[in-house]
Design a protein around this ligand. Structure first.
Ligand SMILES: *[C@@H]1O[C@H](CO)[C@@H](O)[C@H](O)[C@H]1NC(C)=O
Ligand SMILES: *[C@@H]1O[C@H](CO)[C@@H](O)[C@H](O)[C@H]1NC(C)=O
Ligand SMILES: *[C@@H]1O[C@H](CO)[C@@H](O)[C@H](O)[C@H]1NC(C)=O
Length: 337
């Protein structure tokens, strides 16, 4: 090998290395561009994108489900969950005492085949919204498994995109006390429920859960991952195969997990809050972590400078960008990639 050739090879290698490094730097720099998409009330708890990739849609604490139309138009009305809701009383209201009248959507996901939007209301339980929005319809009024409403907390929801089955969680009645010490002391009254659109029946899938705030069905429909807020764990409940109907803990997290959302590639983002009960009032450090099917942590996103001393409820990846949900802020956070 001649000297000149070797030098050229080294130069080319060095350019490749520098370029790779440059790309990597650009990617992490872009992720630091944090934007706030204003919402017309507070608390964009959970988000969903429709089959055309439009959205996000999010449920806010004045009872509306709103849809994002881009930076110029912002969020506009899409649906509501309470038949008793009036725009005059509820729009822009941030007082949770009006939840029963105005509604409050916690979990949200589309069935991408039918275009239906499934919403889990904190007071009215699981509901469905047609492709054009408007007033949601209760999925299974008065059926077994739903008798907990309103004395239990409906919280997380996802759709099995293979079968159309809807999985949702009731986090347990202890959460209605709002006493964090009591909550973290170990309730096991949470449940995972399943709605089958073919039979229109709700059945119990798994009980004995410790604060199941969120759930996400795998891309292939073989299992559901469930967050357990109290124990800081992710539980894998098998839907198919030899382990069907059994569950196992796949990871213990640094923070208390809220919603879990599947990514296009089949991994999951888990929104978490590290809570320090020793400080008065208790302090919070929010973070998101991306995990794979086995609970291996692939990425960690610290959010303490964007959400100082707040908890976050969701990290939702869409086209590589990350949308951040919370129970309290008046915006959806966005890290554009
Ligand atoms: C809705 O309004 C009707 C009629 O006023 C009332 O009977 C019903 O209890 C209300 N439901 C709720 C959940 O507030
Ligand atoms: C919360 O629950 C704990 C344990 O039961 C109790 O000691 C404490 O007084 C409660 N705090 C409030 C504000 O109710
Ligand atoms: C799982 O449980 C459901 C409901 O109890 C039951 O219908 C189904 O047959 C069970 N499946 C297996 C593989 O045990």
């Amino acid at each position: 090998m001649g000297t000149i050739f070797r030098q050229r090879l080294l130069t080319i290698l060095s350019i490749i290395i520098q370029f790779t490094f440059f790309l990597h730097t650009v990617q992490s720099l872009q992720l630091q561009t944090f934007q706030k998409l204003p919402i017309p009330a507070n608390g964009p708890e959970s988000m969903a994108f429709d089959s055309k990739g439009h959205g996000p849609y999010t449920g806010i604490n004045d009872g509306r489900i709103v849809k994002y139309l881009g930076p110029k138009k912002g969020f506009v009305d899409f649906a509501t969950t309470s038949a008793n809701r009036t725009k005059k009383l509820c729009d822009g209201n941030t007082n949770s005492n009006l939840e029963l009248t105005c509604g409050r959507t916690m979990g949200l996901e589309f069935n991408h085949k039918t275009g239906q939007l499934y919403a889990l209301d904190a007071r009215y339980g699981p509901m469905v919204v047609g492709p054009n929005g408007g007033l949601a319809t209760p999925l299974a009024p008065g059926q077994p498994g739903l008798e907990g409403v309103p004395h239990d907390l409906p919280d997380g929801l996802d759709v099995d995109q293979v079968t159309g089955d809807v999985y949702f969680t009731y986090a347990g009645s202890v959460f209605l006390t709002g006493n964090l010490t009591l909550i973290l002391s170990g309730d096991t009254g949470g449940r995972l429920l399943k709605y089958d659109p073919k039979t229109k029946k709700v059945t119990l899938a798994l009980d004995g859960l410790s604060g199941p705030f969120g759930n996400a069905v795998s891309k292939d429909g073989k299992y559901v991952l469930i967050t357990e807020y109290i124990t800081r764990t992710i539980r894998k409940f098998w839907l198919k195969g030899p382990k069907a109907n059994t569950s196992e803990v796949i990871v213990t997290l640094p923070g208390h997990p809220d919603n879990i959302k599947r990514t296009n590639s089949g991994n999951f983002w888990v929104a978490q809050t590290i809570i320090n009960l020793d400080s008065t009032p208790p302090s919070s450090i929010p973070l998101g972590q991306k995990i794979n099917a086995h609970g291996k942590i692939l990425e960690t996103l610290k959010l303490d400078s964007e959400y100082p001393d707040k908890s976050i409820s969701e990290v939702n990846e869409h086209d590589g960008s990350l949308y951040i949900g919370t129970g309290s802020t008046n915006f959806v956070g966005l890290f554009l990639r």
